[in-house]
Design a protein around this ligand. Structure first.
Ligand code: PBG
Length: 314
């Protein structure tokens, strides 16, 4: 009589790829998660494929940063090389998502182009759209099946859809980080990707945690602009938003991002022996599905795949 079930097909595996390293590097605030060198990817993806996992989202740590994120759209950039290598190796048997943003690739660490003003700085929304479209196009050219804009710039989905369509990538999908909250739970990710903003914060473009009707407006706009998959992020702390989005837009695939800080909370408690990791992670992940998510981006994907094979306690 169970109304909700987890399946390996629900999971998207996040992978960090770093330029210029020769061995995997552990991330101290995310025990169990590492940054990989590009050359390791075929082996890593193969071991996931053997568990039944087929969907991967790539995050890049480039060899250099500047003010315009040029390492995010370079032909030989870390993500472009990774995508090409994985598509050559696995072809259509894997679905590759490319996170599309500038924060890991800019010296200031913001999700767009920063302009100096009389008083301090601001992220220039419309100026940023060009660079986001350029990055997305270079990812599609390198083999991304899905580009995933995570900047929350207004109009970014439409700008990317237009650039893709005009250049022969009508079939490349867009997964929009539609309702992405300005959350403290991204902190370990910013260690992992070296993307902590050098000044200011992201509250001028990410969402206010007090709002949920606004999330519906953000999702609606992204759908109008051409999003194929919409997302709520974080997941565990925003189950109510997931439910509202699913009820308002039932015909669209809904992704939930179980983010770095949500992972690390569970991991830390498990490492201390304060919770049983398997049952706690299965319960949280099931709750995200029950709230309405069709797809879950989770650092626990590999572990979940193994647990599902062993058989779950409920
Ligand atoms: C931005 C991006 C972020 C995450 C995914 N894409 C970070 C941010 O807004 O600072 C966070 C993911 C996580 O915490 O696991 N490129």
């Amino acid at each position: 009589m169970a109304e909700t079930n987890l399946s390996i097909d629900d999971f998207i595996v996040p992978l960090f790829v770093r330029d210029g390293i020769s061995e995997p590097e552990p991330i101290s605030s995310m025990p169990g998660v590492v940054r990989f060198p590009v050359e390791y990817l075929p082996k890593v993806v193969q071991s996931h494929v053997e568990l039944g996992l087929k969907q991967f989202i790539l995050f890049g740590v480039p060899s250099y940063k500047d003010d315009i994120a040029s390492s995010a759209y370079a032909r030989d950039g870390v993500i472009q090389r990774s995508l090409r290598l994985l598509k050559e190796t696995f072809g259509e048997s894997v679905l590759l998502y490319a996170d599309e943003c500038t924060d890991e690739y800019t010296s200031h660490g913001h999700c767009g182009i920063v302009k100096r003003q009389e008083k301090g700085y601001r992220v220039d929304n419309d100026e940023s759209l060009k660079v986001h479209a350029t990055i997305a196009l270079s990812q599609a050219e390198a083999g991304a099946d899905v580009v995933a804009p995570s900047s929350m710039m207004d109009g970014v989905v439409g700008a990317i859809r237009k650039a893709l369509d005009e250049n022969g990538f009508q079939e490349t999908l867009i997964m929009a980080y539609s309702a992405k909250y300005a959350s403290s739970f991204y902190s370990p990710f910013r260690d992992a990707a070296f993307s902590r903003p050098a000044f200011g914060d992201r509250r001028s473009y990410q969402m206010d945690p007090r709002n949920s009707s606004e999330a519906l407006r953000e999702v609606e706009l992204d759908i109008e602009e051409g999003a194929d998959i919409v997302m709520v992020k974080p997941a565990h702390t925003y189950l109510d938003v997931l439910r509202r989005v699913k009820e308002s837009f039932p015909e669209y695939p809904l992704a939930a991002y179980h983010v770095s800080g949500e992972y690390s909370l569970l991991k830390a408690a498990a490492l201390n022996g304060w919770i049983d990791e398997k049952s706690a992670v299965l319960e949280v992940t099931t709750a995200i599905r029950r709230a309405g998510a069709d797809l879950i981006i989770t650092y626990y994907a590999e572990q979940l795949a193994k647990w599902l094979r062993e058989g779950v306690p409920f």
